[in-house]
Design a protein around this ligand. Structure first.
Ligand SMILES: [Zn+2]
Ligand SMILES: [Zn+2]
Length: 233
């Protein structure tokens, strides 16, 4: 065996056999909310999560017999939508914070397992909401991309990283009416866009991000867009 090959082999062995064991030892799994060992989210904390009713509009919160009212369906140009839980309640904030800012990428799988598709979406392609370059470089990963990847694996659907974002002011620092303006023209597509898209994001706040993403996807040829998010405001 050549030296280079041997080196590659050792690297593989370390990354796949030794590192997973070492990592569990050095950084034991803990519930992100209460610190309980051996789980990323313990049963007790999971029970505190407030779930979103399937009889409420995803965007405006109006009570209906479905997940999207006609007004929002038109305004956001989406076919259907799903949110699992509320962001401000219980341990959800801890989950999102750790996934986004503390490098706990494993939580993407926990989050993906909670997301249900609002209808049969055979033939649809999962597309994550992108991060801008600066954020991506800081974080090293896009949490929505990771969630979409786990969803694709679990549902046997394709995934395509079709969207990109230019750097803009952080949305959190802006008032609601300035958020839409700040995002105008920020998103663009790369490559051919799937005809049927499941747009994936971790958190939905005002919906400005979703609205802009759908706009550029549709302009680039997408016919139907369904939105799925883990948590909503
Ligand atoms: Zn807990
Ligand atoms: Zn609505």
């Amino acid at each position: 065996m050549k030296f280079e090959e041997k080196k590659q082999d050792n690297k593989y062995f370390f990354e796949n056999k030794i590192w997973p064991l070492l990592k569990d030892f050095l950084y034991p799994k803990r519930c992100v909310s209460c610190g309980k060992l051996d789980t990323f989210l313990c049963e007790k904390c999971e029970k505190e999560i407030i779930l979103v009713s399937d009889k409420k509009c995803l965007f405006c919160g109006r009570i209906l017999d479905k997940r999207l009212c006609d007004k929002c369906r038109k305004e956001f140009r989406v076919k259907n939508g799903f949110a699992y839980c509320y962001y401000r309640e219980g341990p959800v904030k801890d989950i999102v914070w750790n996934l986004k800012f503390r490098g706990k990428k494993e939580l993407a799988e926990v989050v993906a397992k909670k997301i249900k598709f609002p209808e049969d979406l055979k033939g649809y392609v999962l597309v994550p909401v992108p991060l801008d370059k600066i954020r991506f470089r800081e974080r090293g990963y896009n949490q929505s991309f990771l969630i979409a990847k786990h969803l694709a694996f679990a549902s046997n659907l394709e995934m395509k990283d079709s969207l990109r974002k230019e750097s803009r002011k952080p949305q959190m620092a802006l008032k609601k009416r300035d958020r839409q303006k700040n995002l105008e023209g920020a998103y663009f597509v790369i490559g051919e866009v799937p005809k049927k898209v499941i747009l994936v994001d971790d958190v939905l706040t005002t919906g400005s991000t979703i609205k802009e993403c759908v706009k550029v996807l549709k302009k680039a040829g997408a016919r139907e867009v369904v939105v799925v998010v883990f948590a909503r405001d």
